[in-house]
Design a protein around this ligand. Structure first.
Ligand SMILES: Cc1ncc(COP(=O)(O)O)c(C=O)c1O
Length: 492
């Protein structure tokens, strides 16, 4: 370790302060978009003034029987849940708790393969078997699509050891699956449906958005209020509908996976965020959704870049689309997603949520201003005007093979636990074809594993990881931070 480094002043705080004064506009989380003059922030005092611990009269999240219980009961009544819990460790803590609640060590879970890494962590911690249902893939955009209720039903008939189904809907890209149909199938088999609706806490506030999984029969629904509502980072909620889940087991695991000093600022922030949405936020939501629809309509006029639109609904198991996610495909153009993000940042001062090789994602929320949305539209339209189509694609970036790993099911040789905890050896990444992975590989964001421990590495998936590395995309999960070496199962 370089000793002189420690003589420097740390500067995280200073950098955040400096950044907050710049004119960058956030098309990323958190959903409050750092708006101070509108929304719950207006009356929120300096957070230091509210920061307490479990003192007399202020209840305890882990044993709620007073002011916090009342607040969570109110939230349940707003969302129409039988029970709602405030989460201070993000949706991740709700996901871990829900997964842990459903099975002992010998249980199996049927999950969509495009789940967030937190679901895999739950599988790992509980030494569970995971069975996967793969979403379809949309080559033109490079995004994963919906989940087939039929495939889920077939899996449930084939494997009798499945004790719950876990799906992500909407996906990071706003793709919604047919939760009503999937829920019915689960219930016919006497098991619960758990839905990661981390990106859907806003659904109930406008009919331009899809219907929430909670209203469609899901048994546990987990939502990151910090992603799409005006709430602080890390705040989330977990809803339960009684009947198929063991509430007490979920509560037990919420205590295990969450801090024993839950932040009152985060909890009060959840309450204030929801209260505002139920009050003044409704009017603002109407204005926002009108503006969003208009902007999207205008973006359809782009000649080269393509906006993922509602026309995909009804295809490839896509049941609905959350239009607040602005997904712009660069396929067939002479720019990659990474470069598009860079241009938007450097020339237009717009910071997006995510860029991949094939597309970029802008998260919009009720807290976006008309000015901000128009800046995004203008930036995209201007960049689009200077692009050329596929025929002139000299760099070859962004066009790529339409067939991708999501159409390929990786062979599961071992459970996540067996592979991640078992004996491993190191291999140069380029030489890993045919080996069994001992580590996760994912891009962050979105945190969906490309390879899961226990899966056999194919040529295609390896090529894809190497391509991510070449493009400088945020490949994570490997112990080797330089992404050159992979841990694989010894003699696998
Ligand atoms: C689909 C999905 N589920 C779960 C999570 C985890 O949510 P949190 O960051 O609130 O823990 C994320 C995070 O980005 C996500 O994208």
């Amino acid at each position: 370790m370089n000793k002189s480094k420690w003589n420097q002043e740390p500067h995280l705080y200073e950098e955040l302060k400096k950044y907050s004064c710049k004119n960058f506009y956030p098309f990323h989380m958190p959903g409050h978009k750092r708006q101070l003059s509108v929304g719950p922030a207006v009356h929120f005092p300096n957070p230091y003034a509210l920061d307490i611990t479990e003192i007399e009269g202020f209840d305890n999240l882990h044993h709620a029987e007073g002011i916090i219980r009342d607040s969570m009961e109110w939230a349940a009544s707003v969302y129409g849940a039988d029970k709602t819990y405030y989460l201070v460790n993000g949706s991740s803590s709700g996901i871990l708790s829900a997964v842990s609640s459903i099975a002992g060590k010998s249980g199996a879970i049927l999950m969509s393969r495009n789940c967030h890494k937190a679901v895999y962590h739950g599988v790992f911690l509980n030494q569970m078997k995971s069975r996967y249902v793969y979403p379809q893939f949309m080559g033109e955009y490079g995004v994963q699509c919906g989940l087939s209720p039929c495939k889920i039903e077939k899996m449930l008939k084939r494997f009798q050891d499945i004790s719950a189904v876990f799906v992500v809907s909407p996906t990071y890209d706003g793709i919604v699956s047919d939760i009503g149909a999937i829920g019915k199938i689960c219930h016919t088999h006497g098991i619960p449906l758990i839905v990661d609706e981390a990106h859907g806490a806003h659904f109930r506030y406008s009919d331009v958005f899809p219907v929430s999984a909670l209203d469609l029969g899901a048994d546990v629904v987990i939502q990151s209020v910090h992603k799409t509502l005006p709430c602080f980072t890390q705040s989330a909620i977990l809803h339960i509908r009684s009947g198929y889940v063991d509430r007490e087991r979920i509560e037990r695991f919420l205590q295990i996976y969450q801090s024993s000093s839950p932040s009152y600022i985060l909890m009060a922030g959840i309450e204030q965020g929801i209260r505002w949405m139920e009050g003044d936020g409704r009017e603002r939501m109407k204005e926002f959704s009108r503006e969003l629809v208009t902007i999207r309509q205008e973006l359809k006029g782009m000649r080269h870049l393509r906006l993922l639109g509602k026309n995909v609904v009804g295809t490839r198991d896509i049941y609905d689309l959350d239009i607040s996610k602005i997904i712009v495909s660069v396929r067939g153009t002479n720019i990659s997603g990474v470069h598009l993000c860079e241009k938007l940042r450097l020339k237009y001062g717009l910071e997006l949520e995510m860029c991949t090789e094939d597309y970029v994602t802008a998260i919009t929320t009720v807290m976006d201003t008309k000015e901000g949305l128009r800046r995004l539209r203008d930036g995209l339209m201007e960049i689009d005007a200077g692009l050329v189509g596929n025929e002139d694609d000299d760099a070859g970036q962004g066009s790529g093979d339409c067939e991708k790993r999501w159409e390929l099911e990786l062979e599961q040789v071992m459970t996540v636990y067996e592979a991640w905890e078992g004996e491993k050896e190191q291999a140069v990444l380029e030489e890993c074809e045919g080996k069994i992975s001992g580590e996760f590989v994912y891009l962050y964001p979105p945190g969906i594993p490309v390879v899961v421990p226990g899966e056999r590495i194919t040529k295609k998936v390896l090529e894809e990881i190497l391509q991510y590395r070449r493009l400088g995309l945020p490949v994570q999960g490997l112990k080797d931070r330089k992404n050159r070496i992979m841990e694989v199962v010894r003699n696998g």
